[in-house]
Design a protein around this ligand. Structure first.
Ligand SMILES: *[C@@H]1O[C@H](CO)[C@@H](O)[C@H](O)[C@H]1NC(C)=O
Ligand SMILES: *[C@@H]1O[C@H](CO)[C@@H](O)[C@H](O)[C@H]1NC(C)=O
Length: 247
């Protein structure tokens, strides 16, 4: 305000055209400043309010990860309430649909995945309720039976094609709402010869290397199991143990 009053006498002595030019420049400057303050306050308001909500919900670590932690929290809650997975019921129980008896070794993630999803509250027996369809094929179970990768690929292909012919669900999305799990080289090598599955469906994969044709927009990384006693005892690796606690 004082700025406007100071400049007025000077403007009055100038020509009308200069006065209007200076006036509009001043108006513009004030408007820019006001909008700057407004947006600054706004962004302060936006960045502080979700943090309060989230920390009340003991999820304050989310605030650093997500652009809109509150939106994420609501979506997550809705997912917890509604998300459903249908598991195809058929298949050779010796080969596919069997939780390994011992959940140990480097393939344990695959076994745990099978066991957990079959006992999960997200599981539904009604395919009409399902958002995702689990193809219960465990390539790990084909190991130790003198089966070559090519033969495994044939088994996988025959099985998935039998599901495609028998059920209407695959054709609705060309398998985009289907997923399967593979661990290590066996699963990767056994399925890569069947691109219809690998390229369309969500692959939950744990692998010792990055050379597995991982497709980031749809594939999901599954953590591996490290056998604690097969390796020499480690030291006090504080950093890693904190990461493990977070996981
Ligand atoms: C494994 O299969 C190969 C070829 O199919 C065969 O020559 C070999 O004898 C088999 N080994 C065992 C232990 O069955
Ligand atoms: C799905 O599509 C394939 C290829 O077009 C077809 O052969 C198959 O019969 C379809 N499955 C069903 C259940 O209609």
């Amino acid at each position: 305000m004082s700025l406007g009053k100071q400049s007025q006498p000077h403007s009055q002595s100038s020509s009308p055209m200069l006065f209007s030019l200076q006036g509009s420049l001043l108006t513009l400057a004030i408007f820019t400043l006001l909008s700057f303050i407004y947006f600054s306050l706004n962004s302060v308001h936006f960045s502080s309010s979700p943090t309060i909500h989230i920390s009340a919900d003991t999820n304050e670590q989310f605030s650093d990860i997500y652009h809109s932690p509150e939106v994420f929290r609501l979506n997550f809650a809705e997912m917890e309430a509604k998300f459903k997975v249908y598991i195809y019921p058929d298949g050779d129980p010796k080969t596919y649909y069997q939780t390994p008896r011992k959940l140990t070794g480097k393939y344990a993630s695959e076994g745990y995945f099978f066991q957990n999803i079959r006992e999960s509250r997200f599981r539904t027996d009604d395919p009409d309720q399902a958002h995702l369809f689990f193809i219960p094929i465990s390539c790990h179970k084909m190991r130790g039976k003198n089966t070559t990768y090519d033969e495994m690929t044939v088994i996988v292909r025959d099985y998935v094609e039998s599901l495609i012919f028998k059920y209407p669900y695959w054709n609705r999305t060309l398998g985009a709402d289907h997923f399967f799990v593979t661990c290590h080289d066996v699963g990767v090598r056994a399925t890569e010869g069947f691109p219809l599955l690998v390229k369309n469906s969500i692959r939950v994969v744990c692998s010792p290397s990055y050379d597995v044709g991982f497709i980031p927009h749809k594939d999901v990384a599954l953590p591996q199991v490290l056998q604690p006693f097969a390796l020499p005892a480690g030291g006090n690796d504080v950093e890693n143990s904190n990461i493990i606690k977070l996981l």
